[in-house]
Design a protein around this ligand. Structure first.
Ligand code: GLU
Length: 466
């Protein structure tokens, strides 16, 4: 049996990181078992579904490198098939048309309310002939659900869960306007897509009983189910915007790396010993449902940031440079010349040690793209005084002949400091202020090497000429 799993988002807004985690678990499960990972867009809610939200889902999956193995299935294109299955159920006596009027249903509802019981349709059209149908009532199609016994699901995460069939009423599978209900569409799709394992959030656990009844009515084999606990915020409530960012593309915008987000989301709800940092290959080889915990996990933004800093240090310099350049243009509306991009790339090994996000990286790299005069922080400006100006003037002459490579530059600065009877930092700080406009930066020898002789000298001159 080839494993086939699906990620089935509803395109009604942003993509929540909880959904991203569901997609990731499905993807890893498929890869681990040599199976297929599919995407189904659940867009039957025509009012709330948008093409824009579908685009967001596709972009987010693409960014996270969770590309489905087949083109997406759109539920909105499958209405005829849902009706066909409902007709087959009618023909087999597994479903029936219900002609209840609005008033009858309202009455059942208020009776349930008065008795403080949950509303359940009483099944009054179960065995009645459609010949009795009142005129002017468009019927719904209901499942003829079993009334005795129990429905049991052996969930791969939650264990066996069951419900007395007497607690479930005959659910509607096709509405009076001919549209399928959500639970019906999902079952037809999962069957038609040959889904072997349904891995999804445990908010769908109770739906599973009703879905199982539809499988049974059609004599279709039941897939295996794995309901994963939802992600909560630090306060134990379901993770939402008020806890912090929850949209996948917001994390992208904020400078997170997809591999960091995936690594973190994997660890949120799945474990393998003490393993924390895992690349995609390791994830695929280790992931299985047996490692998914039963308790809800708590989103820890600080830990995510820590993961991001780790993956940032691991990332290729060229990739980070391209991201940095893009963000400098986007967030600071600055042009980045090819020369400036080379400077950023040259300093990247050091810049990435200090940043936790791509946005911090862009911020830290800004000075490499500027033309003098550089904007200076107040602390940096305080470094420039008659004495440091004189040092800088002397250094300019030395730098004209020093090899522009970090080690030589460092050695030269050490000698200069000794000769002037000063601490190295007393020389380095004014230099840093003049070259970066700030009092914090990567080591000054690396900065000078990245800037190159021409730019270094022109920045220094600009400062002492002022
Ligand atoms: N469309 C559902 C959701 O976005 C998922 C349903 C399923 O996975 O069966 O929550």
């Amino acid at each position: 049996m080839t494993v086939r799993v699906r990620f089935a988002p509803s395109p009604t807004g942003m993509m929540h990181i909880g959904s991203a985690r569901t997609a990731l678990f499905n993807f890893l499960f498929a890869r681990h078992h040599g199976g297929h990972f599919l995407l189904r867009i659940e867009d039957t809610d025509r009012e709330r579904s948008t093409a824009e939200a579908t685009r967001v889902i596709l972009d987010a999956l693409d960014w996270l490198d969770l590309t489905p193995d087949e083109p997406p299935v759109f539920q909105s294109t499958r209405y005829a098939r849902y009706r066909e299955v409902a007709e087959a159920m009618l023909a087999a006596g597994a479903a029936y048309r219900c002609f209840c009027t609005r008033e009858e249903l309202a009455e059942m509802r208020s009776r349930a309310e008065a008795e403080k019981k949950p509303f359940r349709y009483d099944g009054r059209w179960r065995d009645r002939s459609p010949a009795d149908a009142p005129t002017g009532v468009a019927p719904v199609i209901r499942l003829k659900a079993p009334r005795t016994g129990e429905t049991v699901i052996s969930d791969l995460v939650q264990g066996p869960v069951k419900i007395e069939n007497s607690e479930l009423d005959d659910m509607i599978i096709v509405r009076s306007d001919g549209t399928p209900t959500y639970l019906h569409a999902v079952v037809v799709d999962d069957h038609d897509m040959s889904i072997t394992h349904v891995i999804r959030g445990d908010d769908h656990l109770t739906n599973t009983f009703r879905q199982a009844q539809i499988y049974e009515a059609m004599s279709w084999p039941l897939p295996k189910f794995a309901h994963i606990p939802l992600i909560h915020g630090a306060d134990g409530a379901k993770l939402s915007k008020r806890h912090g960012s929850v949209s996948v593309l917001q994390f992208q915008e904020d400078g997170y790396l997809p591999e960091a987000l995936c690594n973190y989301l994997l660890r949120l709800g799945w474990g393998y010993g003490n393993a924390e940092i895992l690349d995609r290959n390791e994830q695929v080889s280790l992931f299985d449902i047996s490692g998914v915990g039963r308790a809800p996990s708590r989103m820890d933004y600080a830990k995510l940031l820590h993961f991001n800093a780790f993956w940032l240090r691991k990332a290729e310099d060229e990739r980070l440079t391209a991201e940095t350049v893009r963000r400098i243009k986007r967030d600071h509306s600055l042009e980045v010349t090819p020369d400036a991009a080379s400077r950023i790339n040259a300093l990247m090994p050091s810049l990435k040690e200090r940043a936790r996000t791509l946005n911090e990286l862009a911020e830290a790299a800004l000075f490499l793209t500027r033309e003098p005069p550089l904007p200076m922080t107040a602390k940096a400006a305080a470094q420039i005084n008659p004495e440091s100006r004189e040092d800088i003037a002397n250094l300019i002459e030395i730098l004209r002949t020093t090899e522009f490579e970090a080690q030589s530059l460092h050695a030269r600065l050490v000698i200069f400091a000794e000769e002037s009877g000063k601490k190295l930092s007393a020389i380095a700080q004014p230099l840093r202020a003049a070259l970066t406009g700030s009092t914090t930066s990567p080591p000054i020898d690396l900065v000078m090497a990245a800037l190159g002789r021409k730019v270094t000298i022109s920045r220094l001159k600009n400062v002492i000429d002022k």
